[in-house]
Design a protein around this ligand. Structure first.
Ligand SMILES: Cc1cc2nc3c(=O)[nH]c(=O)nc-3n(C[C@H](O)[C@H](O)[C@H](O)COP(=O)(O)OP(=O)(O)OC[C@H]3O[C@@H](n4cnc5c(N)ncnc54)[C@H](O)[C@@H]3O)c2cc1C
Length: 516
């Protein structure tokens, strides 16, 4: 199925894609948006919601917010980009209010705009995108990018899931990748579509990645569910299986203390007993999906202890992703722009997870910048001859996709591999993952029609895992969420680390120093 040419093709259907599509259409481009799922319900924002890094335009408050986050993020972020994110997010949230988002109002009559309910948010975004004249292709995952004779990204090809896997092609003047991060099908809430497909497609055109060592984001979830809402945990007391409270220094330190016990095979429980009763209803209202599985199991989390597990969220809440080279979210491939979790978030969240506010703000602002940037690149540009790029997992072959996925998960999900990193552990995992990649490219993964998506996602997860561990071994110090046994934490600024390549992966130090 060949679709008509367009100016800008947006891949993805989460907040970054929706803001990119709106911005590109607003800049006068013809826009097609193709989502793996249904735009408006796919991905973790649509399933849950976002607290936002949202600071009204008070110069002092903003400077303080930037300064604090710069230090928390291991001094690896870029303060100018952080200030731009605050400004853009504030203005786009104004737009959201004009789209009819029902912000709650506090006792003083002021709208509370720093938290968004996912379904309400994304329903309005979809409607707005549709009304802006964007063509939305739901259940149309992209499998690979098109590239022209000059190496410019020139569209994509994929399959229509609801048409038995029929193939589609859209030629475009520029592409925005907004395909989310990679959570390795760990079961984290809403991340079933986040398998790192965009990273692989971009790398096949030679795109560079940055900050992939900071992808070891794990979050607490009730053992009865998969909802990893960290905000709940600020009200938690942690307990051993025998009901003895566990001493934790602070919420961030709690993660490490509890993770150590879980990694040692102990059971850990939580109770939200620090939540004042007047907040119980508000918490339930803000995050109903957190409480649903507990309610079903007859557990009242404010009164009863419930078992916890830690779920890997990878680059969905970690910070690594495609390297950004300009204010317009251009990648290192001409014509290819990246937004949201698929792009590196180091510029705003540094070496520490961007979850709980920075991610949502980054999706909004980077989406807007990428959409505008792509429109500026594409409108009026001639469409030269373009061909599909990429091959890993695309040629039907011998390997079973489920087996490949399990093999990647065996290296990425265990806490004692990915969170408590040792040099030997990382080297061992990398050797297995490199061997797996070699088999994927030489033997292929079985699957035709719709199954090609799973085969391709299995290849994407393998590539993602290899970049993460390769970058982790290349960083010479423990920094932020990357903690490697026996390596010191250095307070001073260290360069950002780049990684890339598929059959011949490489790492490098970013040539340019981050401004202090
Ligand atoms: C449980 C949970 C709670 C969170 N809470 C917060 C919070 O409070 N605050 C905060 O800032 N952040 C939070 N985050 C992180 C936040 O949800 C993400 O940063 C945000 O969703 C990123 O938006 P995105 O559009 O880049 O990606 P996503 O929302 O992941 O969307 C990716 C989109 O790409 C599509 N896609 C994937 N592959 C393809 C393909 N091959 N072709 C076409 N489309 C494709 C998917 O279908 C999906 O629509 C949370 C994450 C989780 C898991």
């Amino acid at each position: 199925m060949n679709r008509p040419d367009t100016d800008v093709l947006v891949l993805g259907g989460g907040p970054a894609a929706a803001w990119a599509a709106l911005a590109a259409a607003g800049a006068g481009a013809r826009v097609v948006l193709a989502d793996k799922g249904y735009c408006g319900t796919s991905g973790p924002t649509a399933s849950g919601g976002n607290n936002l890094w949202y600071v009204p335009p008070d110069a002092e408050a903003r400077a303080r917010a930037v300064g604090e986050r710069f230090e928390q993020g291991g001094r690896l972020a870029d303060r100018r980009t952080m200030a731009r994110v605050l400004d853009e997010t504030y203005r786009r949230v104004d737009d959201l209010a004009s789209f009819g988002y029902p912000f709650p109002v506090d006792e003083d009559g002021v709208e509370r705009r720093a938290s968004l309910q996912g379904p309400e948010y994304m329903k309005r975004m979809r409607r707005r995108v549709h009304r802006s004249g964007v063509t939305i292709l739901d259940h149309h995952p992209a499998l690979r990018l098109l590239v022209d004779d000059w190496g410019v990204a020139a569209g994509a090809a994929g399959i229509a899931r609801q048409k038995g896997g029929e193939t589609w092609t859209v030629r475009a003047g520029a592409v925005v990748l907004a395909t989310g991060g990679c959570a390795f099908l760990s079961g984290a809430f809403g991340t079933n579509v986040d398998t790192g497909d965009g990273h692989l497609m971009a790398a096949e055109l030679g795109a560079e990645l940055s900050g992939m060592e900071f992808s070891s984001a794990y979050a607490f979830s009730p053992a009865h569910g998969s909802h990893t809402k960290g905000l709940m945990m600020q009200f938690a007391t942690y307990y051993t299986e025998q009901g003895v409270p566990i001493d934790v220094p602070d919420p961030l330190g709690a993660r490490v203390r509890v993770a150590e016990r879980l990694a040692a095979g102990e059971k850990v429980y939580a109770r939200l007993d620090k939540a004042p009763p007047r907040l119980h209803e508000a918490m339930r209202h803000a995050q109903p999906n957190y409480f649903l599985p507990l309610d079903k199991a007859g557990i009242d989390p404010f009164r009863d202890r419930y078992e916890l597990r830690m779920v890997l969220e990878g680059t969905v809440r970690g910070t690594g992703g495609l390297r950004i080279t300009g204010d317009d979210c251009a990648t290192t491939v001409p014509g290819l722009y990246a937004a949201g979790d698929v792009a590196t978030r180091e510029l705003v969240s540094g070496a520490v997870s961007g979850g709980g506010a920075y991610n949502g703000a980054w999706a909004i602002s980077s989406g807007t910048w990428a959409g505008r940037g792509a429109a500026g690149f594409a409108v009026g540009r001639a469409r030269p001859h373009a061909v599909p790029a990429g091959r890993a997992g695309l040629r039907p072959g011998l390997l079973d996709a489920a087996t490949v996925i399990r093999a990647v998960q065996d290296e990425m999900l265990p806490l004692d591999r990915n969170l408590f990193r040792t040099r030997d552990g990382l080297r061992g995992s990398l050797a297995s993952l490199d061997a797996l990649w070699e088999r994927i490219t030489s033997q292929g993964i079985a699957g035709t029609g719709r199954e090609r998506l799973r085969a391709r996602s299995a290849a994407a997860m393998t590539a993602h895992a290899r970049w993460s561990y390769r970058a982790a071994l290349a960083r010479p110090e423990s920094r932020g969420m990357h903690r490697l046994e026996n390596l010191p934490q250095l307070p001073r600024y260290e360069h950002r680390r780049l990684v890339g390549g598929l059959d011949e992966p490489w790492t490098a130090v970013e040539p340019e120093e981050a401004p202090a």
